[in-house]
Each structure stands twice: as C-alpha cells, then as structure tokens.
Design a protein around this ligand. Structure first.
Ligand code: SF4
Length: 687
C-alpha cells in the first residue's frame, strides 16, 4: 500500500550494552515508529532485550537539549553555536597559552561512535597538545584490558559469543548477564538448561546462579583468593594441559610453586566459601574439553581487579582453554562502544590502536599520520586517568575539562570529591543530550545527538565493528557529537573536515593497525571482527597459533584485603556491592525517559533476613545507609540473594546518589574504582 511504501527500514546498532544487537528501525516522515531485530543479524538473530526494542523514545523526549548553553552571570543561558565556539576557543586558547596543554583534559563516551571517539582524542592530542584523554573503560574494564595485555598481549575478548554453540562448560565470574547483557545472558541460560555445566563465582545469587551446578558465593573482594584456590586444585589434581603449558606459555614453574605454597583453609576462610565446593568446581572445569569463561565488573571494579584478570588468564592457560573454538576468556563489555573508545585511543597512556604514547617510534608514527612536522611539539608524557583528572582539578593543576556524553557526577565514585573537583575548574564543557547532573555544573553545554541520529561504527564486546546508520536527522538545533568536535577543532585553528563516517573510518584504518582492512563499504550488515587484515579478512578467534605477545605469561598474585575494608571495616561492618537491573541502564539518563521508568522506578537495597532481624529492619521500609564518605536513604528488601554481612543495590536513579557512599580505593594498576566493595553501616531511617 502507499502507506507501507513510505515507511523506511534502517538497520543500526543498540546503544545500550556491549552485546551490540542489530536493530531494524521503522521510520516514517522522520519519526520512528518501532524497533525490531533483524533475523539475519550475526549477533542477535532476531532477538533483543526490552531495552533495545522498547527503551528508545528518549531520543525525542521533551527534555532534550536543543540549544548550546553558556554560563553567563552565573546562569546557563541559551546562545548560538557560533557564540559557543568563539567563547570556547578564547577560553581554551587562553588556558593553553597560560598553563600549557596539560591544563586541559577530555573524557570521551562509550555512547558515541568510534569515529567520534577518535576525533576527541585527536583534538586533545593534536590540537591541544596533551595526552589527558580517558574514557569510561577507566571505571569498568580497564583492568581487563591491562590484565589481558600482560597475560596474552591483547586486552580484548579472545573468542566470539557464537562460540557458545561449541562449548561444553561455562565459567561465569562477577557478571549478571541475564540483567546486564540480556541477549548473551539468554544464550548462556539456554545452554545451561540443555545441560552444559556452569560455575558462577558471585557474591549475589543472580538468576544464572540459581541454575549453576556450582555457585561459589564468595565475600565481595576475594576473587583472587578463590581463583588461586581453583588453580591449586587443578595443579594438585594433575589436571593441567601439560603440552599447552610447555609449548605456549612462560613462567609456569614459579607460578606453580607460589600456588602450591598457599593454604586452602586460610583462603576458604577469607572468602567465606566451602573449599570442597571450590575443589569440585575446579576439577570439573579442568576436565572439560571446551570451557568458555566470561567475566564482568564483579572482577574488575576491585583494588585487585587487574590481578584477578591475570588469575583468570592463568586458569585459562593452565587448562589450555584458549586459541580454538568454544573456549577462551571473554569479558562482557558493559557499554555499547566502550571497546571502541579504548581502541580509538581515548586512554592517557595509549593512542589510537594501543601504541604506547611515550615511545619515540610511536610518537613519530602518530606525528606523521596527523601531519605534524618532526620538529613540532607533541605530548610525550602519559596523561591523567579520570580519577587523576579530579585530583588535579582539586589541586588547581587542571583548568579545563571537556566531557563528551558522560555523567561523572552521578556515575563516578565519591560524589562529594567529584563535585568539589569540577567546581574548581575554570572551564567545564559537556556534550550531552539531556541536562545531566554533570551538565548542570558545566560552563558550556553543547547539545549532541543520540545513536538514532548519526552514522558511524560501534565495536561490541567480541571486537565486532558494526555500522551505525542514522534513522532520523539530528534533532533540530543539535549536532552529531562528531561534528561538534570538528567545529571546535576548526574554531581552535585546526583544519578538520566535516564529520562523515566513511571518511573518518578511512583515516582510522590508516592509523589503527588492526583496522587496516576496514572500510565503510566492506563492513556489510554484520560487521567485521578486528584485527582485520588489509585484504578484509577478519578474526573470530585470537591467539590460535601464538599469543599476541608470543608466549602466554603466568602471573601469581596473593590475595590482599581491600584498603576499604582494612580502614573502615570495623566502623562500617557491612559490604555494599552494586550492579545493573534488566530494565535500566547505568545512570538511567536514557531509560528513565522511557516506559521502563514505570516498570522499575527506584533502586532498592537487598539485605539478608538475619541482618534485617538484627538491625530491626522491616521489608519495604526506608533505611539509612552510611559510609566514611556520606549517607543516603533507600528502601530495603529482605532477600536470601545476599549472604549475611553483604548488601546489594542498583544505581540507576539520581535521587539515590549511591556514589555519595562509594570510596576512593582503586585498582592498583589502572585506577579503576573499587565500586564493588564499599564498607557501610545500616540502620532503619528516622530511628
Ligand atoms: Fe542487545 Fe544489550 Fe541492547 Fe539488550 S541492551 S538489545 S542485549 S545490545
């Protein structure tokens, strides 16, 4: 019919989690009618979760920002784009000439495309002359990237989710995929329901823990203790893959001796687990011919986050579960394009393509690609990581911060510290689609665009680079985030061509070695998994013949108690841990502006019945939760999902401000915050 012929179908990628589901968007007269899932999508074969299919109406919500805002006489005031860029160019140039490029910093966004992330790091490095650029991987999977680089040489998933078809054993550590990565979670659940054995290592009785053959419900913060226990039993039961260890790895003997010196009773006591359960699980894992491991932020967001990653890599190498189909070590990336943001160089120590920014050769490489003359200045020091940016702002060393699509006030730990730091800046610039908690504090707010309004690519958790196609034009008054950065670069005097996904991708393919064979046209409908060779051949499985670093390297780390528990545990005896729910996404900026707000409208605190009784806390009553940093009030739900001494909540509602209680402890290697172990006290509210 005529009506049907005027409906366009646009294929794009979900902008919520790192599964990267393909979506088919029905559009008529520049309005989105519905979203479905294409059946031929390699990632999701016709499936989505309720976020991807239904939670998209935020894109034209009345709260959308549609005009640039500049703080004039203390108030955010609507201005023209020209005024905003002139104002910014003057301010940024003045800060750069007075204090140097390192007085400016940028934070990029996993919501934005690879091309937009690439542009932001290019502006910071090439135009402003600083390596002060970071992204939200800092607060989620930076320990994965670091730890896997140390063990294998590449900090990304070794296999594809499709490998679940070929596995016969699943090890799931610190992740709740049926809520946080629902399409992958459903695939794991189906596998398990059909009989594939499952180990779940998690302090919370998640949905998949209910189906697990072994649920090791450890105390939050003790992953390293339990992973070392598993290694101990695999070695003492003589279940290691000797030929793999001999031919493909190094430093095994020192690792083995250290593991064998551990005391299992002591570690079981530390983690609060039954050592026989760990032993049984470890033996089953080692005996499986094809074991796949998955992990999430329950591994990384700890003071020993990077070390726990290397401990998982040790188990994978001990049992030879890497380098072939149906095995491997697979981080469940939390955000749609957090993999891509790091790949594109939004990190202070590595530029686009993960080259060390302090090495002479790499500096020359980047200079030649960016058209910088050999004698021209270029940043040579590692820049600030996000927590260091806040510290530097508070100390007065950082003067300006450019944030593209991150609500750090709501999502970064120790909110009081974050707010104090941002307040001390001379210039805070925020690119956003809504007036987030961070945007409310900004000096300049630039209205960006949602994923439905832009072209580009996202890279999912299995290294799959997929095309994002605009279903509708940017909302009137808004620009794509890439064009905003381009316009800013031009206002600062650097000639940067307008934002077009295909030409940006062409530039990226020349700079990032593992994008060498990617072009806009050859990505097709289902994308390509990096590394992609010049001839366009992509890679489903990493480390097949040898590891990226040559031999895989064993690392031994002993369990160390978190400083948070050591310093505050006596006064604040409960451990709070957090995670996502199915209906909402992170700070809730998008999902709270959809019907999902009606389904789930607050964050609740799970408390074990024994603790509730001891503290006289009733089900569904208000409680006061307090830590060394601050306090909040929320509703308690009495639940057997957490053990005595452990509390759990989600973090989607700004009213709750969970980060008023979280602390400053970070992972030793990457400064990823320890969100998962917070020493708190609890009591009935108004008692
Ligand atoms: Fe797929 Fe994740 Fe989007 Fe759900 S949130 S549709 S699982 S990409």
């Amino acid at each position: 019919s005529t009506e049907q012929s005027s409906i366009d179908k646009v294929r794009t990628i979900c902008s919520y989690c790192g599964v990267g589901c393909n979506l088919e968007v029905s559009v008529k007269d520049n309005k989105i009618l519905s979203i479905e899932a294409p059946k031929d999508a390699a990632v999701n074969s016709g499936h989505t979760c309720l976020k991807g299919r239904y939670a998209w109406r935020f894109y034209n919500h009345p709260d959308r920002l549609t005009k640039p805002l500049v703080r004039l006489n203390g108030a955010l005031t609507e201005v023209s784009w020209d005024f905003a860029f002139d104002y910014l160019a003057k301010k940024m140039n003045a800060i750069k000439s007075e204090h140097g490029g390192d007085a400016l910093a940028g934070i990029s966004s996993a919501r934005c495309t690879n091309e937009e992330n690439y542009l932001l790091q290019k502006m910071m490095r090439v135009v402003l002359g600083t390596n002060n650029i970071d992204c939200c991987a800092r607060v989620c999977h930076s320990p994965t990237a670091y730890g896997m680089q140390q063990s294998f040489g590449t900090g990304a998933a070794t296999n594809s989710i499709d490998d679940l078809k070929e596995t016969n054993f699943i090890l799931l550590i610190g992740a709740n995929p049926t809520a946080a990565h629902p399409v992958t979670g459903a695939k794991i659940k189906q596998k398990v329901l059909k009989g594939t054995p499952l180990i779940v290592l998690d302090p919370v009785k998640t949905e998949l823990a209910r189906y697990a053959n072994w649920h090791i419900q450890l105390r939050p913060g003790t992953n390293v203790a339990v992973l070392n226990m598993m290694a101990y039993y695999i070695i003492t039961e003589q279940l290691i893959d000797q030929s793999f260890v001999d031919n493909r790895t190094e430093e095994y003997l020192a690792y083995r001796d250290a593991i064998l010196s551990l005391n299992m009773d002591e570690l079981a006591n530390i983690a609060g687990v039954d050592k026989n359960l760990v032993k049984e699980a470890a033996i089953a894992y080692a005996k499986a011919s094809h074991a796949m491991s998955f992990h999430g932020l329950g591994v990384t967001e700890h003071s020993q986050g990077s070390r726990a990653i290397m401990c998982i890599a040790d188990l994978v190498m001990l049992t030879g579960n890497i380098g072939r189909a149906g095995v491997g070590m697979n981080p469940l990336r939390g955000q749609n394009n957090v993999q891509g943001a790091a790949d594109m160089g939004c990190q202070p120590h590595q530029g686009a393509g993960y080259l060390d920014v302090t090495k002479e050769d790499n500096i020359e490489y980047y200079k030649s690609h960016y058209g910088i003359a050999p004698n021209e200045l270029w940043p040579t020091d590692v820049g600030y990581k996000i927590p260091e940016m806040f510290n530097a702002a508070l100390a007065g060393d950082l003067k300006a911060l450019w944030i593209m699509g991150e609500d750090v006030v709501q999502t970064d730990p120790n909110q009081h510290h974050v707010v104090a730091s941002l307040s001390n800046l001379d210039l805070l610039v925020v690119q956003e689609i809504f007036l987030s908690e961070t945007a409310k504090m900004a000096d300049v707010v630039l209205p960006g665009s949602s994923f439905l309004e832009k072209n580009g690519t996202f890279t999912n958790g299995e290294r799959r680079v997929q095309k994002v196609n605009a279903a509708v034009p940017p909302k009137e008054g808004c620009k794509t985030d890439g064009q905003i950065v381009v316009d800013m670069m031009n206002a600062l005097g650097y000639q940067q061509a307008d934002y077009h996904a295909d030409s940006m991708l062409e530039e990226i393919s020349q700079v990032v070695p593992f994008f060498a064979g990617i072009t806009w046209d050859n990505l097709g409908e289902n994308g390509l998994q990096w590394p992609v060779a010049k001839d366009g051949t992509d890679t489903q499985i990493l480390h097949t013949e040898q590891f990226t670093r040559g031999l895989g390297k064993f690392h031994f780390y002993e369990f160390e108690e978190s400083k948070e528990v050591e310093e505050h545990g006596a006064q604040y005896p409960f451990i709070l841990t957090t995670s996502r729910n199915l209906e909402h996404y992170n700070a809730g900026t998008m999902t709270r502006r959809t019907a999902n707000e009606i389904i789930v409208s607050e964050d609740v605190l799970l408390i074990n019945p024994l603790d509730a009784k001891a503290k006289a806390i009733k089900d569904n009553s208000k409680v006061r939760l307090y830590s060394a940093r601050g306090e909040i009030e929320l509703t308690a739900e009495i639940s057997e999902k957490v053990k005595s001494g452990v509390l759990f909540t989600t973090f989607h509602f700004p009213e709750l401000m969970i980060n008023r209680v979280t602390g400053d402890v970070t992972d030793k290697h990457t400064k990823c915050p320890e969100y998962k172990v917070v020493s708190v006290g609890i009591e009935p509210a108004c008692s």
